[in-house]
Design a protein around this ligand. Structure first.
Ligand code: BGC
Length: 752
């Protein structure tokens, strides 16, 4: 039978045998779904992701290196620092195109897990410590990829924030923290883009494996957020196949070699699993396969154009942390020798290790790019200074670097994390750069004070040890295959830096919010910091940081003025339109990321001091000014109310804080919102105080109390205040009580 394209899933479902159905819920190898040859249902190919396509050469080959060439865009740690939704959308579009050429139906990304600890070995694959930034950028990425009729896999759902014990660890997180921090980026992408698939993670959440978590995969993901796609397990994440299927994990990947299929068949036979449950999952697999066949494959993509886009994205992702005395940019035309120091200038670290590792179509390095740009104009000297993985400094290499620095007008020192420091599969133990590199830096700076450090690292490193030696620091993260050329552009001022930190750089590891709660023990990790991830923690504890969330300098300067906030639709679901004028007051073109944080100073629950609720990147020519607007919906003001089981806006004043970083707030405005109901619904265990706070219940209660002089003694008295935290049912048992537990239940039952 011919392969069917764009078939009707329901019609096919009706034709399938039980065995065929069960088989469809398992992969056929590492990267393919199962086909039903009898009915012409093809198998489809899925591949990693996220920052480039890793299409393996042979389907039964689990090795990471053997993949076809593809454009390696900046990994999320870099790309997120661009804070540029449109750019990220264009990267997604290019990735989708490459998938169509390669015949890949689903690209396994993006990863939107929060950077809870700076030590997580996979932080380079994740966007941010802030759920709004991660969600907005990931949403743009998914939109770009899926515009090609190629699916995405939003991962790793959920609370997969460390590599240590990642297949067993239980993230112990309260619901409000889950909703506001760890699920929020997933929610945004699902509700805005309907990713074709969501990948359930390896770990457990509050004791239950993500793949078996019915609340997560069905109640929240499908019933609340309206997810219509398929849930696929992370590779090897399924523990109990039947429990996973019942919870909402449709497809097990990779192939379980028949184990999962048999478990499903046995469960249907025993009645533990209904055929309806089976059919729902099979239908989703069929819908995915049908959808994947809707678009024609493409013959090829423009390799040079994609490299150019990778270059543009890399340039936008670099963060200028510091630039004392305007050391950067260097004048490419005039000046003395430039010493390029550090092995990373020649051997770039451009992506992280693990399943996301791309085989790039080409690879730029900063050394060659600088040589080419400076050639015939300024002398460029090179000294590697260190071997990337060497445990100790090499005196000869240091000496050579010092000599180069001494001869030069300026030294560009390329430092970073060796690949062995950070990878999928393990976490870092500290945030330090290797000691030999720090030794080299000190020696170079002693020979030449004009030092600019260029960093390559997938997650934050401590910059405090660099400060005495570096006049400028350019944080390059991991920049993909075109990062070398992009760095040269920034160093030479062809492009002004416009990246901003998507994660805080603390002064020391001991300051970070997860101290004592990372990576956990006995297969459990407590999210003890609750809502206070990243800057929320540093702000709450009034801690100095090396560089705050949202920070990033430019070669030009920006001025903010005329912040306005207009409230529309005031009520339980308010909308506010904020606008601000930004002017480029320097002599160069540049781009600024305008950030809007919201503070809710008076609230009945704890609220972080400020939270990012909107941002916009605006490119301005020298002297240009523009008004930008940042729309704010109800969610921007809401918190999750676990007792009401909904997002609520508590009426009152909110402060809108607009600035160039979380600690460089330039303008503030206050809006007064009516908000909605925030009281927890009264229940049998509600307290005396809670009854009094509810107008109707208070009236009922006062009526009861007034029935005896004893009861009256607690109205508006010191004693009454003391009793506020006592559940009313307990008071009902006190001698002389004027109402019983039955009365309370009757009152609550009467339509309350
Ligand atoms: C990773 C996923 C990846 C999958 C397939 C897993 O180990 O966690 O991110 O998509 O492998 O390579």
């Amino acid at each position: 039978m011919d392969t069917q394209v764009g078939f009707d899933a329901s019609a096919v479902l009706a034709e399938l045998t039980l065995a065929e159905k069960a088989a469809l819920l398992d992969g056929s190898d590492f990267w393919h779904t199962e086909a039903v040859v009898r009915l012409g249902i093809p198998r489809i190919l899925v591949s990693d992701g996220p920052h480039g396509l890793r299409k393996v050469a042979a389907s039964d080959d689990p090795s990471i290196e053997h993949s076809e060439q593809a454009t390696c865009f900046p990994p999320a740690a870099g790309l997120a620092s661009s804070w540029d939704e449109r750019l990220v959308g264009r990267v997604g579009d290019a990735l989708g195109r490459e998938c169509r050429v390669a015949g890949v139906s689903v690209l396994l990304g993006p990863g939107v897990n929060m950077k809870r600890s700076p030590l997580c070995g996979r932080n380079f694959e994740y966007f941010s410590e802030d759920p709004l930034l991660a969600g907005v950028l990931a949403s743009a990425w998914v939109g770009g990829v899926q515009s090609h009729g190629v699916g995405t896999s939003l991962k790793h759902f959920a609370a997969n924030n460390q590599e240590a014990d990642r297949l067993r660890i239980s993230a112990q997180v309260d619901e409000r923290t889950l909703r506001e921090i760890y699920l929020a980026a997933f929610e945004r992408v699902v509700t805005e883009r309907q990713p074709w698939t969501v990948m359930s993670s390896y770990n457990r959440i509050n004791g239950v494996y993500a793949c078996e978590h019915h609340w997560l995969l069905t109640d929240v993901l499908r019933d609340e957020w309206g997810f219509e796609g398929l849930v696929v397990s992370d590779w090897g994440a399924v523990d109990d196949r039947v429990a996973a299927l019942a919870a909402g994990c449709d497809l097990e990947m990779p192939s379980s070699s028949g184990v999962g299929t048999q478990a499903i068949l046995d469960a249907v036979a025993s009645g533990a699993l209904s055929e309806e449950q089976l059919d729902a999952a099979v239908r989703r697999v069929l819908e995915l396969v049908a959808r994947a066949g809707e678009r024609e494959p493409l013959a090829d993509f423009d390799v040079a154009a994609h490299h150019a886009l990778a270059h543009e994205a890399a340039a936008a992702s670099v963060v200028l942390l510091k630039n004392d005395g305007g050391l950067l940019p260097l004048d490419p035309e005039h000046g003395g020798a430039v010493a390029v120091i550090g092995e990373f200038a020649r051997t770039p670290r451009f992506q992280g290790a693990g399943s996301s590792q791309v085989n790039p179509t080409q690879l730029d390095n900063a050394l060659d790019s600088l040589h080419t740009a400076l050639s015939g104009r300024r002398e460029a000297l090179f000294a590697p200074g260190f071997e990337i993985e060497a445990p100790a400094a090499d005196a000869g290499l240091v000496q050579e670097a010092v000599q180069a620095a001494a001869r030069a007008e300026v030294a560009l020192v390329f430092l970073g994390l060796p690949p062995s420091y950070e990878s999928e599969g393990w976490d870092r133990e500290h945030m330090d750069l290797p000691a030999p590199q720090l030794e080299l830096l000190a020696a170079v700076a002693a020979a030449n004070p004009n030092v600019a450090v260029v960093l390559s690292n997938g997650a934050a490193v401590l910059t405090a040890p660099l400060e005495p030696h570096a006049r400028a620091i350019l944080e390059g993260w991991l920049l993909g295959q075109a990062g070398g050329g992009a760095l040269a552009d920034l160093l030479l001022g062809r492009v002004s830096p416009s990246g901003k930190l998507a994660e805080t750089i603390p002064l020391k590891l001991a300051d970070n919010p997860t101290v004592g709660n990372f990576p956990g023990e006995n297969h459990e990790v407590r999210y003890g910091e609750g809502l206070l991830i990243g800057y929320r923690w540093y702000d709450a504890h009034e801690l100095e940081v090396a560089y705050p969330f949202g920070h990033g300098l430019s070669y030009t300067s920006f001025e903010y003025s005329q912040l306005r906030a207009v409230v529309s639709d005031d009520g339980p679901k308010p909308r506010v339109e904020a606008s601000v004028t930004v002017a480029n007051t320097g002599a160069r073109a540049g781009a600024e990321v305008v950030q809007l944080y919201i503070a809710d100073p008076v609230a009945s629950v704890y609220r972080p001091l400020q939270e990012l609720r909107g941002f916009v990147k605006v490119a301005l020519a020298a002297g240009e000014r523009r008004e930008v607007s940042i729309p704010l919906d109800a969610r921007a003001f809401s918190y999750w109310h676990p007792a009401r089981r909904e997002w609520v806006v508590e009426g009152g004043e909110f402060e809108l804080r607009v600035g160039a970083s979380s600690r460089d707030i330039r303008l503030t405005a206050t809006v007064e919102l009516a908000g909605g109901e925030v009281a927890a619904p009264l229940a049998v265990d509600s307290t005396f105080g809670e009854f009094l706070a509810d107008p109707v219940a208070a009236q009922w209660l006062l009526d009861q109390l007034r029935r005896s002089p004893l009861g009256e003694r607690v109205i508006g008295t010191h004693l009454g205040k003391m009793l506020e935290t006592v559940p009313l049912t307990r008071l009902a048992r006190f001698p002389g009580a004027t109402f019983s537990e039955a009365d309370i239940r009757e009152f609550l039952g009467a339509g309350r």
